[in-house]
Design a binder for this molecule. Structure first.
Ligand SMILES: NC(=O)c1ccc[n+]([C@@H]2O[C@H](COP(=O)([O-])OP(=O)(O)OC[C@H]3O[C@@H](n4cnc5c(N)ncnc54)[C@H](O)[C@@H]3O)[C@@H](O)[C@H]2O)c1
Length: 348
């Protein structure tokens, strides 16, 4: 039985508590949060025996094998480095870190510790993206020319997920001082992984980031609202393909929409997670050189990240996406920030 500790017991931690306890394979034995109230409530809700408000104390007193980090972004690196030094396997929430420098330290520390390390690019749980990667990498679409990807949210324009202006869980995401890299670091990270997982690494990236005026003086309480709300990126892939990747929190009409289309010399594919995580559409160039109608294909479910993490620990075989992959995506995030400042494409 693999014993897991969860650190950070806010909104996303629910998924970790539920999915990291896997029948006779793994169990969440402890949780930790700087808020004593939240950690106690969380432990009660998910029946977790031990609670802590300090990581060092948890490392000293609790018997566990692996940690899952579900704190705000700025704390992923320091917590992971401390846990890795203690020899724990680590599943980190995305983005892996808030800078390439920190992500590199995490990759090096994980290698030194010789433990399983993964980053929660959770949309890899879609069997459709797994199929897309196999199709593109297996050459089914031929040479890839064009890629379009978007991740659209609207929690800054609509209240379906609550009132962002009165919720610390949303406010820290609007503030660089609170460790957020805006929509780019929050969900841009997902769509950059989603686009480059099948097609391969980016060779260069050009970006325009924008922060909209949202409150008087763009400040609410302790939160300076300076993090980006929209990110528009042009990506040149190492393979020579060209693509656009866009993301925003202002896409009224879309609560949480991810879509990707990939166009090659022999055919094209598209995925729309609003329709299904397990369906891919394809169109091919027929023998007559003409476009065949789009067809839908069901893709049987593939293991989710939590299952991959536990299975990796059990087998000792590192699965993807690992910290090195988190670092590769972090490089794209930092390149986007640099490009926005210089107004030039950045080579990766
Ligand atoms: N993979 C996904 O699809 C996905 C979805 C949502 C959130 N996330 C990620 O999960 C992380 C947490 O997001 P959330 O929405 O749960 O945030 P949240 O604000 O709801 O919860 C964060 C929790 O961490 C605690 N915390 C802060 N600093 C801490 C520290 N140093 N040690 C221990 N606990 C600390 C806070 O008290 C809070 O309870 C973020 O990195 C976010 O990017 C990922």
């Amino acid at each position: 039985m693999i014993k897991v500790a969860v650190i950070g017991t806010g909104g996303m931690a629910k998924n970790h508590a539920l999915k990291l306890s896997q029948k006779d394979k793994s169990k969440v034995v402890a949780c930790c949060d700087i808020s004593a109230e939240r950690v106690a409530e969380f432990a009660k809700t998910y029946n977790i025996p031990e609670t802590y408000t300090d990581l060092s104390e948890m490392l000293e007193k609790c018997d566990f094998d692996a940690i899952s980090i579900v704190t705000p972004d700025a704390f992923h690196a320091p917590i992971a480095l401390q846990a890795l030094a203690a020899g724990k396997h680590v599943l980190s929430e995305k983005p892996l870190a808030t800078s390439v420098e920190d992500a590199e330290k995490m990759v090096a520390a994980a290698k030194k510790a010789g433990v399983i390390n993964m980053v929660n690019f959770s949309y890899r749980d879609s069997s459709a993206i797994q199929r897309a990667a196999k199709m593109v990498q297996g050459g089914e679409l031929g040479r890839i020319f064009h890629v379009e990807a978007h991740y659209l949210q609207s929690w800054l324009t609509a209240k379906d997920w609550g009132d962002w202006a009165t919720s610390p869980g949303w406010l820290w995401r609007c503030s660089t001082e609170h460790g957020s890299n805006g929509v780019l670091g929050d969900v841009g990270v997902h769509i950059l992984d989603f686009a480059t997982f099948p097609v391969g690494d980016a060779a260069s990236l050009q970006a325009r980031l924008h922060t909209f005026d949202k409150a008087p003086g763009n400040q609410i309480g302790e939160y300076k609202l300076d993090a980006n709300d929209s990110a528009l990126m042009i990506v040149e892939f190492a393979s020579g393909a060209m693509g656009t990747v866009t993301t925003t929190r202002m896409a009224t009409g879309h609560m949480n929409s991810l879509a990707l289309s990939i166009h090659g010399e022999k055919g094209a594919l598209r995925i729309d997670l609003d329709k299904s995580y397990h369906m891919i559409e394809t169109s091919r160039i027929g023998a007559d050189g003409k476009t065949e109608p789009w067809e839908s294909h069901y893709c049987p479910p593939t293991p989710n990240i939590y299952e991959r993490f536990i299975e990796s620990i059990a087998s000792g075989v590192q699965d993807q996406p690992d910290f090195a992959r988190g670092l590769a995506v972090q490089k794209m995030l930092d390149a986007a920030t640099e490009s926005n400042q210089s107004k030039q494409p950045v080579q990766l």
